[in-house]
Every structure is written in structure tokens, then in C-alpha cells.
Design a protein around this ligand. Structure first.
Ligand code: NAG
Ligand code: NAG
Ligand code: NAG
Ligand code: NAG
Length: 506
């Protein structure tokens, strides 16, 4: 079989309509399989087991988080840390959505696995005056959060816990080794850097505090959140743990270190009176108390830890969930150490999956690349695409010359790779043969529309609905088609222009 000519023959005669979806050109595929092989070893080293884990009190405060709570909870449950050594400390109140139902259901299923639970879910649908805008909490609301956090710290002392892990219900931790990782930093206060999806430079830290701590909390937007150069670097690619003025949304407090008793979320305990509506919120008070006690607030940027959800103003629940899905898809990488059942969020099932009106969805993956398999399957689950059929790739490394000669598998006459003008490699032949397996399946089952992924595909925002849009546009335009390339790697950048705002380009 001649690879090139065989391709057109199959295309014309046998595949009516086939969508080929390749992120990387075949040419780079082999190269990448070589480069990324090292990742597997790294995964194996995750989560060293220790006999006696320190006792961790996980503090989760929830208010109106129903669209994302299933993801938050399933990722908490996926943390690789002995659940017998975790106390779940959960408070929820002022909820007008299903948050409390979701929490109750989740606890009903998982609570028995944990060391202990201390849960207070207040069902009354109260509202603090002035809390309609999610960016501006009222002073009453701040005072309430301050009390909840102070109570959590008192509980920690009374119950002699080793660590308190404060987690806001708008953080999704995808790095399951988080607790051991933070403990191993041996700091009093340490948090993982998690970013907002909306900005590469904004995350759960304030590099500096504004000079005027005495501020009116109603003017939340006026705080100086500009990051300095060092942290911008840290945000991008420098792996470090560094001192910052304030870490929020996810932090681990070592209750065994000296001076922790001086930490407080309450401005009154810092000597501020809060007169005239000028209060310090829980975060600023905590940072100031740490500073007063000589305790550094440390943020780590060593791993891809998870995502921080943006404010929800003006969004429908559906938009919010879609945004969360996009963020999760981006957060997944071959080195994340998740469990795949966390992907779709607690309480959702395979019944919610769909196939976009396509007969079969395939993806190609080498047996010796289990981390990519996990990553792809995780992404499919997040997007609820499925069921998806995995095709074990033909491994170019294991193709014997004699095998290829016997079956007359070779490049077409004069074939050169357009990318670097090289000859066809074994890896590319393996890749073609993998696709060939799919074509055979398509023919034998007389399928009309199929979607094919390679396992290094990266999903753009709203991928499933974009595919649906393309298919309906093709129908509307009555275009006859065989193959649609949904994405590709640029071959000659200087000669190529981006096609934007156009679903169908023919
Ligand atoms: C919970 O932690 C306490 C304190 O370390 C321990 O004595 C107890 O056995 C643990 N409970 C369970 C169910 O593991
Ligand atoms: C942890 O930090 C303390 C100082 O705060 C130091 O004395 C101790 O040796 C450190 N432990 C480890 C295991 O590095
Ligand atoms: C905010 O931070 C920037 C950069 O650090 C600084 O130039 C500016 O003066 C600050 N503004 C205020 C109001 O503190
Ligand atoms: C294959 O499917 C097409 C419609 O998609 C149909 O017209 C044709 O008869 C089918 N062929 C066989 C052999 O089932």
C-alpha cells in the first residue's frame, strides 16, 4: 500500500463524510512522542505514602455556588491524602440556589470516609443587604465571613489539628497531591498559585498591599492589585515559592508552628474599631496579623494546581458551567494527577454525554502513552463528549522493515514532508496506519460521519458547540464535503494567514 495514494483512494471511494481532526501535523507526531515520554516517569513519583499523615482540617465555606460545586467537591474528594486524616469542616448559609442540596447529597455519600465532619448548613434563604452585586459584599457579609473563619480556627485549636486547609468554594484543585506538596514546603502559611481564567496575571495573591489598609470595603475595585515584575514572571513560567503580601482562596496553615495563635481574620482583634463603616476584610486582617506575627505568606508556583473561578455577575448558570468546563480542559495536562471520575463533577452521569450527531468519535493513542490517554479521556468527560472509541495506535518504533516491505507500505513516489522537507518516518507511517484502522471500521460499519482525534489535540473554548455550528452551517450551505480539518499545526507560518470569524472556509 502506498500511503499517499491509498489515502485518496480511501477518501474518495469509501469514506463519505469524515471529519479528521488533527492538532499536530503527522510530521511532528513522532517527534512529540519522543519528547514527552519523560512525563510518565514523573507521574509515577507522585504521592509518596506515609504511615502517619498529619491531621488536616479542610475548611469549606459555601454561598450560592451550585453551578460549580459539583466540580469543587469531586476534586476535593480526589485529593490523594488519607481521608482518615482529614476533618471536613463545612459551613453554608445565605444560599438561594441548590448549593445546600448538593452538599447534603455529597456528604451523604462520602462523609463516612473522612476522619470526622463538622457541618452546619443553614437552609434559610436570607440575604445580606447590599449583596446583590457579587463584586461588592456588604459589611455585614464580611463580618459574617470573619466570624466563620475565626470559628474554624478555634475549632482547629480545640481539636488539636496539625494543619488547616482553607479552601474557597470557587477554587477547583486539579493537582491531587496538593496537601503533601504544601506540607513539604515546611512553612507556616503557604498557598498554591491559582489563576483566574480571565487574566493570565491575576490570581489568588496580592504582591503588595495598598498603603491605606483602612479602607471602605465597598470600594473593592480601588485596591491596587498590580503585580510587580517578579510575580509576573512567576505567573508565567518560573517555578518558585515566594513571599507575597497576601494569599487567598486556598491556603494551608501549619498549626504546629510558633506564633500561629496570633493569626486572626478579625480586624477587632487587631485593634481596629471598624467605626464609620471602615473595616478590614477577613483577607486583609489575616495578612496584617501574619505580618505583625512575623509570619510570611508564601505562594508556590511549582505545579499546575487548579483554577480560580471568576466572579459570576451577569452570567447564566449555563454560561458559568461552560466557562468552568473550558477552564478545566485547559488545566488538564499530562502531569496532572487527577482521578478521571472527578471530571464531570459530582452527581453527573454518563447519561449526560452526547455525540454531536456524529456516528462515532475516535481518538488515537499509543499504549505506551497512558498519561495522554488519561488526559484525553478526562477532557472528553469534562466536555461530556462520548462515548468515545479509543484506537490503540500502531507504534512506529516497533515497525519492522520486513513487515512494511511485505505489505508494500511506503511513501508515495517523491513524497517530501512540507514541514521540514524530510522523508516519511516510521512514526508517521504508524500514524497513517492508525488512521487506516479507523477507516476500516468506518467502512465495515457503513458510518457516515465520524470525528477523529489524535491524543495531543487541544480543545478551544466551547469546542462541542463549535463543531455543531460547523455541521449546521455546512448543511445550510448545502456544501458537499469529505473531510473537515478542524485544526492543524501551521506548516509555513510566513505563508499562512489565520482564518477568523468564519466557521466554514471552502
Ligand atoms: C481521627 O483522628 C484522630 C486524631 O488523630 C484519631 O485518633 C482517630 O482515630 C481518627 N479517626 C479515624 C476514624 O480515623
Ligand atoms: C522546618 O522549618 C523549621 C523552621 O521553621 C526548621 O527548624 C526545621 O528543621 C524544618 N524542617 C524540615 C524537615 O525541613
Ligand atoms: C499601584 O501599583 C503601581 C505599581 O506597583 C504603582 O506604580 C502605583 O503607584 C500604585 N498605585 C497606588 C494607588 O498605590
Ligand atoms: C450505507 O449507508 C447509506 C446511508 O448512509 C445507505 O444508503 C447504504 O445503503 C448503506 N449501505 C449498506 C451496505 O448498508
Amino acid at each position: 500500500m502506498k500511503v499517499k495514494s491509498c489515502f485518496s483512494k480511501w477518501k474518495l471511494k469509501l469514506i463519505n463524510q469524515m471529519i479528521v481532526c488533527v492538532m499536530m501535523a503527522h510530521i511532528t507526531w513522532w517527534l512529540l512522542t519522543q519528547l514527552c515520554w519523560l512525563d510518565v516517569e514523573n507521574i509515577m513519583e507522585d504521592a509518596p505514602f506515609r504511615d502517619e499523615h498529619p491531621l488536616v482540617q479542610l475548611v469549606l465555606l459555601v454561598r450560592n455556588k451550585a453551578p460549580v460545586l459539583p466540580y469543587v467537591l469531586s476534586h476535593i474528594h480526589a485529593l490523594q491524602y488519607s481521608k482518615r486524616r482529614i476533618i471536613l469542616y463545612i459551613r453554608a448559609d445565605h444560599c438561594h440556589d441548590r448549593s445546600i442540596d448538593i452538599l447534603q447529597d455529597w456528604l451523604h455519600h462520602v462523609a463516612h470516609e473522612y476522619n470526622k465532619t463538622d457541618v452546619a448548613l443553614d437552609q434559610t434563604k436570607r440575604k445580606f443587604r447590599g449583596d446583590d452585586n457579587p463584586r461588592m459584599y456588604s459589611i455585614q457579609s464580611y463580618k459574617h465571613v470573619i466570624k466563620l473563619k475565626e470559628d474554624a480556627m478555634t475549632y482547629a485549636k480545640d481539636n488539636n489539628v496539625d494543619y488547616v486547609l482553607l479552601l474557597d468554594a470557587d477554587v477547583i484543585i486539579t493537582y491531587s497531591n496538593l496537601i503533601d506538596h504544601l506540607i513539604s514546603q515546611n512553612k507556616t502559611i503557604v498557598g498554591p498559585l491559582v489563576r483566574f481564567s480571565t487574566s493570565e496575571y491575576e490570581g489568588n495573591i496580592w504582591p503588595k498591599l495598598s498603603k491605606d489598609l483602612w479602607r471602605d470595603t465597598w470600594k473593592f475595585d480601588e485596591l491596587n492589585l498590580t503585580s510587580d515584575n517578579e510575580m509576573e514572571l512567576g505567573y508565567r513560567n518560573v517555578k518558585l515559592c515566594t513571599k507575597v503580601a497576601l494569599v487567598h482562596s486556598c491556603l494551608l496553615i501549619n498549626m504546629r508552628k510558633s506564633f500561629v495563635e496570633k493569626l486572626t481574620f478579625d480586624y477587632l482583634k487587631l485593634g481596629h474599631t471598624g467605626k464609620g463603616g471602615k473595616i478590614l476584610d477577613d483577607l486583609v486582617s489575616f495578612a496584617v496579623s501574619a505580618e505583625n506575627a512575623g509570619i510570611d505568606m508564601i505562594v508556590c508556583n511549582m505545579e499546575n494546581y487548579g483554577v480560580l473561578l471568576p466572579y459570576t455577575s451577569g452570567q447564566t448558570d449555563e454560561m458559568f458551567v461552560r466557562e468552568v468546563e473550558d477552564m478545566l480542559v485547559k488545566a488538564v495536562n499530562p502531569r496532572s494527577s487527577w482521578q478521571s471520575d472527578t471530571a464531570i463533577g459530582y452527581g453527573k452521569t454518563e447519561r449526560d454525554f452526547h455525540k454531536l450527531n456524529i456516528d462515532e468519535i475516535y481518538y488515537i493513542n499509543l499504549d505506551r502513552r497512558p498519561e495522554r490517554r488519561k488526559s484525553m479521556e478526562f477532557k472528553f468527560r469534562i466536555l461530556r463528549l462520548g462515548p468515545v472509541k479509543r484506537i490503540p495506535a500502531v507504534d512506529g518504533r516497533q515497525l519492522e522493515d520486513s513487515y512494511l516491505i511485505e505489505r508494500n507500505i511506503k511513501a508515495a513516489e517523491g513524497y517530501r514532508n512540507t514541514f521540514d522537507d524530510s522523508e516519511l518516518t516510521k512514526g508517521e507511517i504508524g500514524c497513517f496506519m492508525s488512521h487506516h484502522q479507523i477507516w476500516e471500521d468506518v467502512v465495515s460499519r457503513n458510518l457516515s460521519k465520524v470525528l477523529v482525534f489524535e491524543d495531543d489535540f487541544s480543545f478551544h473554548s466551547g469546542f462541542p458547540s463549535k463543531v455543531e455550528d460547523i455541521l449546521s452551517e455546512l448543511k445550510r450551505l448545502r456544501l458537499s464535503w469529505d473531510i473537515i480539518s478542524l485544526s492543524r499545526l501551521g506548516q509555513r507560518y510566513e505563508m499562512e494567514t489565520n482564518v477568523r470569524k468564519m466557521a466554514v472556509y471552502a
